[in-house]
Design a protein around this ligand. Structure first.
Ligand code: FPP
Length: 252
């Protein structure tokens, strides 16, 4: 864990602010369809919601915000929509990186990078490099990301170690595998929020979600804002976290 992340949840007045919040930003298309607008407009408004959410997360003292920005499965969408999403990512980095950097946010990217368009890849790396030493908050961008694929990549790397004789098969434990995930130094998310009313993880942070509190909100992502984030945190505060043990730990 870098010094950016508080070691435990932060207490703010009567609320405990989770140290790691992850969000599945869903419902851009339905938001647009409900208004008779093209899907691209939903995504454009989705970026605005993302901007507001990153600011709100910083203000609330959230240490790590992970966003599901483009899934490994999203490549099956129509080519024009993929172009739109890539264009929005480019513009988001060009327009917002300076502010993100000024606000002390450290950008990190998880997901499979090797097969990305070199232009996109270098933009993501530029964001990581510029903000590397920031320590107010980490913004973890899951891009070309799938939870199963991440676990398979980690297993593959462990298999290489075992095959080369640098590690014994018995040493392949849950902790050993976790050390080969994309961001092994980050604590698991305390809270995972999914917008749009869908109630599933859709291959997001499968390993890391083992003990996360899941909060599903009916709001379509473009309408998500600071008060939606605060409401989700209030719901998190009503949960009693047991981690399979006997002691409730929400406030720890
Ligand atoms: C889900 O809406 C959203 C996504 C596909 C990814 C999230 C993308 C953004 C918030 C905008 C892009 C931002 C960056 C930085 C790339 P959906 O299209 O699945 O909505 P639907 O389920 O209603 O069709």
């Amino acid at each position: 864990m870098s010094k950016a992340e508080p070691l435990s949840n932060v207490r703010r007045g009567q609320f405990v602010v989770p140290r790691h919040v992850a969000i599945i930003m869903d419902g851009n298309g339905r938001w647009a369809a409900a208004r008779g607008l093209p899907r691209s407009e939903g995504h454009r408004r989705g970026v605005e919601a993302l901007r507001q959410t990153v600011r709100a997360a910083g203000d609330l003292g959230i240490g790590i915000l992970t966003i599901f920005s483009f899934s490994a499965e999203n490549w099956t969408r129509p080519a024009a929509e993929i172009r739109d999403l890539m264009g929005l990512l480019r513009r988001f980095i060009r327009n917002d990186l300076a502010e993100i950097h000024r606000n002390g946010v450290h950008v990190r990217v998880i997901g499979q990078r090797n097969d990305l368009d070199p232009g996109i890849r270098s933009l993501l790396e530029e964001a990581e490099d510029l903000t590397r030493h920031n320590d107010k908050m980490s913004l973890v961008v899951a891009f070309n990301y799938g939870g199963r694929q991440e676990i398979a990549r980690a297993a593959q790397r462990l298999a290489i170690e075992v095959a080369a004789g640098r590690m014994s098969a018995e040493a392949v434990t849950a902790d050993a595998l976790a050390a080969y995930l994309d961001a092994p130094d980050l604590p698991d998310p305390d809270l995972i929020i999914r917008t749009s009313g869908e109630q599933r993880l859709s291959n997001f942070l499968l390993w890391q979600a083992a003990y996360s509190e899941l909060v599903f909100v009916p709001t379509y992502w473009p309408d998500f804002d600071r008060s939606s984030l605060e409401s989700a945190i209030a719901e998190y505060n009503r949960r009693e976290r047991r981690f399979s043990g006997l002691i409730a730990k929400t406030g720890s």
